[in-house]
Design a protein around this ligand. Structure first.
Ligand code: MN
Length: 233
């Protein structure tokens, strides 16, 4: 046993549907602006013919299991929901060809990329990174992983309600870069590993929550995610 000065933090993990073993988390990747209507609502339209996807990451410690109640985070007045389909990677992959991308898919989940929108939006204006806007404690919400090894999900409704009112309603067939293309592109930059999660981007309709709000969302054929926003600390 390696001696440590203090107890190391636990391995972050999520449940796997139908299994006792849990899915240990390695890294959390997020695709930015991957639905046209959301890119437009953010004032940054995407031209796929001349652009590649871009990414940001969050610490695995931001992972929160679906169904949790989380404190409204500090230092924001505009905490936003983003409903996303999550791809769970089950095998190593570097420079994966799009046609081979299914080989490294373990399964899927429904997720929320909770965002301090006020801090995210001010950052580029000041030449600053997105971390304070995106790498928010308890902001990477994820359901159990649904094992669908080798399956490429190309269509299915994706939607979200706040307190039962529909806020986001789209279809994953509207992804600008689809699951195969994301894996192919992201694996140019990173040696993808088992345990990596890729949040594939949010459709339009993002908005702010306040303490007491109950978020529910789902990806058709995958899972339903839920989060309750509690009082600020
Ligand atoms: Mn997002």
């Amino acid at each position: 046993m390696t001696p440590y000065l203090f107890t190391p933090p636990p391995v972050m993990s999520v449940a796997v549907r139908g299994q006792d073993a849990r899915f240990p988390i390695n890294r959390l990747f997020f695709v930015g602006r991957n639905y046209h209507a959301h890119a437009v609502e953010m004032g940054k339209p995407v031209d796929k013919s001349v652009e590649r996807p871009f990414y940001f990451t969050k610490a695995p410690q931001t992972l929160t299991e679906s169904g949790a109640t989380v404190a409204y985070p500090p230092e924001t007045h505009n905490y936003h929901f983003e409903m996303e389909m999550v791809v769970a990677i089950g095998k190593p992959g570097f420079r994966v060809k799009a046609e081979d991308a299914h080989d490294i898919i373990y399964g899927y989940a429904a997720g929320l990329d909770m965002t301090r929108r006020d801090l995210q939006l001010v950052a580029p204006d000041k030449g600053r990174p997105w971390d304070l806007g995106k790498d928010v404690e308890q902001s990477s919400v994820c359901t159990e992983i649904v094992p669908l090894p080798g399956v490429v999900i190309a269509q299915g409704a994706i939607n979200l309600e706040v307190n039962g009112v529909i806020m986001q309603s789209s279809n994953v067939d509207k992804l600008i870069w689809n699951v195969r293309e994301i894996i192919a592109d992201l694996s140019q930059f990173y040696h993808l590993q088992a345990g990596d999660l890729i949040y594939t981007g949010t459709p339009e309709g993002v908005g702010a929550v306040v303490p007491g709000d109950k978020i529910t969302g789902r990806v058709e054929g995958v899972a339903e995610v839920a989060l309750t926003v509690g009082a600020a600390e």
